[in-house]
Design a binder for this molecule. Structure first.
Ligand code: BG6
Length: 514
C-alpha cells in the first residue's frame, strides 16, 4: 500500500498534481444542484489551481441549450452561488473548454452524440481524457444513465488503467432496501466497484472529516468513548428553511429518506465506529459498515423508537411562514414527514445500553448540525445534594455547522466568597483559529473523485446496511398513512413526541444554544 493510499487525509490537496487530464460530464446540468453547488465548486477548484491542467466540462440535460448559453448561465450561477467572488478571467479557462449535450437520459443516440463531444475535447487536449460522469438528475433516471453508459462503452473505457471512467452517483441512492440493492446491481453490471463514487456531501464537510482527527488523534477521548462513561448521544441536523421550490421531490422523499438515512447515519457511523486499522478508504468504510450493522432494528408503533411530524404555519426567522400542506406541489392529503426523530440502540461491547438519539427536520428553530456526547454524572459526589452547586453533566459538542467548532462543558467554581459552582464552556471555533473561508463539501468531493480517492464516498454495502434499518419503518409508515403523523409549528424545535422519546429515558434534547 502506498503512503497516499494509507494516508489519503494527509496527502490532501497536493494529490491533484498527479490528476489525470479529465472530462467531467454532469447529467442534470441545468438542475438545482449543478447551479448551486457543482459549478461553484468547480470554479473554486479553478481559483485554487486544483483542476487538472487539461480539464473539460460537458453539461448533459434534456433541454436543448447551445454551448455558448450554457457557458453564460454557468458564469451567472457561479456569480450567484460561489463562496468567492466571480472572476471571469479564472473561469474563462474552464468555460472555453465547456460544452453542452442535449438528449434524453434513456436515448442511446444521445450517448453516441456525447461520445462525439468527448472526442472533440480529446482532440483539443491531444490525449485521452479520464471520464468522470456526475449523475445529478432526479433518481428516476439513475438506472437509465448507468445502463446507457454501459451499453455505449463509455463506462468500460480505460477500465483498469489510470484513465478509467468513473461515475459519481448523487443521493437518494434508492428509496428502500430493495431499490438500493437493485441500483447497486445496475451500477455493478456496468462499472467495477472502484469506479463507483456514491456521494453524501456531509462527508465532504471539513468538520465531518475532522471527526476522525478529533476522535483518533486525541487519545484523551478514547478511554471515555464507551458505555462506561457516555450517558447518551444526540445527533441533530436541523434546518430553518422549508421545502421551498423542491416540493415535488421532497414529498416523495421526506425527512427520513432525505436526511436521516444518509447524512445523519454517516455522522452516527463516524461518531460511534471503532478505530480503523489505517486511514485507507477500505479500512474506514469497513468500520462504518460494522457499526451500521450493529444498530438494532427500530421498535415500531406507538411508544416505539421513531417519531414523525409535519410543520404547520408559524414564525420562522421573524417571518410568518406557511405550513407544509400549503407549500407548492404538496398534496393536501400528504403524510410525508418533514421531521423525524429516532432512538437507536447499538448492540456492541462499546455502546450497549447507550441511547443514540437523532433528529432532522425542516422549518425548525435554527439551522444547526451537531453531535452532542453527554457523559455520565458521578455516582457519588462531593458536590451532590447542595443547591449551591450547579453541576452539569460533562458534554462534548461537535458543531458541524454553522459556527463550526468543538465545545466541552465543564463545571467551575464561581469566583467569590460564596461556595458556588456553574457549568462553563471550553470552546474552539474553526473561524477564529483557521479563518472562515474553507472549501465547500463539493469542492473536496469532486476533487477526490478526479484523483480517485474513495474515502469520503459510500460503499455499496454501507448504503444497504443503512436502508436495512430504515425500510421496515418507512413501510410501516406507508401503511399507516397520516395516522400517527404529529405536527409542529414552523420555527419550533419539533413535535411533542420527539421530547417524549427522550424523556421516557430521563433525557431531554439539547436545543442548540442551551
Ligand atoms: C440535501 C437535502 O442532501 O441536504 C436537502 O436534500 C438539505 O433537503 C441539504 O437541505 C442540507 O445540506 P446542508 O449542507 O445545507 O446541511
Amino acid at each position: 500500500m502506498s503512503d497516499t493510499d494509507r494516508h489519503p487525509f494527509l496527502a490532501g490537496l497536493s494529490k491533484h498534481r498527479g490528476a489525470q487530464p479529465t472530462c467531467l460530464i454532469i447529467f442534470g446540468a441545468s438542475g438545482d444542484l449543478a447551479s448551486r453547488k457543482l459549478l461553484p465548486a468547480l470554479y473554486n477548484l479553478a481559483v485554487d489551481s486544483l483542476l487538472p491542467s487539461d480539464f473539460y466540462l460537458i453539461g448533459f440535460g434534456r433541454k436543448p441549450i447551445p454551448d455558448a448559453d450554457f457557458q453564460t448561465s454557468s458564469a451567472t450561477d457561479i456569480s450567484k452561488f460561489s463562496r468567492r467572488e466571480y472572476r471571469a478571467d479564472i473561469w474563462k479557462r474552464v468555460s472555453d473548454q465547456t460544452f453542452y449535450q442535449a438528449g434524453g437520459y434513456d436515448e442511446p443516440a444521445a450517448y453516441e452524440s456525447l461520445k462525439q463531444k468527448i472526442a472533440v475535447a480529446e482532440k483539443s487536449a491531444g490525449r485521452p481524457l479520464q471520464l468522470v460522469f456526475y449523475v445529478s438528475t432526479p433518481p428516476t433516471v439513475f438506472e437509465s444513465i448507468l445502463e446507457n453508459l454501459g451499453k455505449s462503452g463509455l463506462a468500460a473505457r480505460g477500465q483498469g488503467t489510470a484513465i478509467e471512467s468513473k461515475v459519481i452517483i448523487e443521493k437518494p441512492f434508492g428509496r428502500d432496501l430493495d431499490s438500493a440493492v437493485q441500483l447497486n446491481k445496475v451500477a455493478a453490471s456496468n462499472f467495477l466497484e472502484p469506479q463507483i463514487y456514491r456521494i453524501d456531501h456531509y462527508l465532504g464537510k471539513e468538520t465531518v472529516q475532522d471527526l476522525l482527527v478529533q476522535r483518533f488523534a486525541n487519545p484523551i477521548f478514547e478511554p471515555l468513548w464507551n458505555n462506561k462513561h457516555v450517558d447518551h448521544v444526540q445527533l441533530t441536523v436541523s434546518e430553518e428553511l422549508g421545502v421551498g421550490s423542491r416540493g415535488g421531490y421532497y414529498d416523495h422523499s421526506g425527512a427520513t429518506r432525505d436526511m436521516l438515512q444518509n447524512h445523519t447515519m454517516q455522522l452516527l457511523a463516524l461518531t460511534a465506529m471503532d478505530q480503523p486499522a489505517s486511514l485507507s478508504a477500505e479500512h474506514i468504510r469497513n468500520e462504518k459498515v460494522k457499526l451500521l450493522k450493529s444498530v438494532q432494528p427500530l421498535r415500531l408503533g406507538p411508544n416505539g423508537d421513531a417519531v414523525r411530524a409535519q410543520y404547520t404555519a408559524g414564525l420562522s426567522g421573524g417571518e410568518n411562514v406557511i405550513g407544509y400542506h400549503q407549500e407548492k406541489d404538496i398534496p393536501n392529503h400528504s403524510s410525508t414527514e418533514t421531521f423525524c426523530a429516532l432512538r437507536l440502540t447499538i448492540d456492541n461491547a462499546r455502546w450497549a445500553g447507550v441511547p443514540f438519539y437523532m433528529r432532522s427536520g425542516k422549518r425548525l428553530a435554527r439551522r444547526v448540525s451537531e453531535i452532542a456526547v453527554q457523559f455520565k454524572q458521578p455516582v457519588t459526589g462531593l458536590f451532590a445534594g447542595d443547591s449551591r452547586y450547579d453541576i452539569a453533566p460533562n458534554r462534548l459538542v461537535i458543531q458541524i455547522q454553522p459556527d463550526e467548532g468543538v465545545t466541552l462543558v465543564m463545571n467551575s467554581k464561581v469566583p467569590g466568597l460564596e461556595p458556588r459552582t456553574q457549568p462553563v464552556r471550553l470552546s474552539f471555533r474553526y473561524a477564529t483559529t483557521f479563518g472562515s473561508n474553507t472549501p465547500e463539501a463539493y469542492e473536496r468531493l469532486i476533487l477526490d473523485a478526479i484523483v480517485g480517492d474513495r474515502t469520503l464516498f459510500i460503499r455499496g454495502d454501507e448504503t444497504e446496511a443503512s436502508w436495512r434499518l430504515f425500510t421496515p419503518l418507512l413501510k410501516s409508515w406507508e401503511q399507516l398513512g397520516k395516522s400517527g403523523v404529529e405536527t409542529y409549528a414552523a420555527g419550533s424545535w419539533g413535535p411533542a413526541g420527539a421530547d417524549d422519546l427522550l424523556s421516557a429515558q430521563g433525557h431531554s434534547w439539547r436545543n442548540a444554544g442551551r
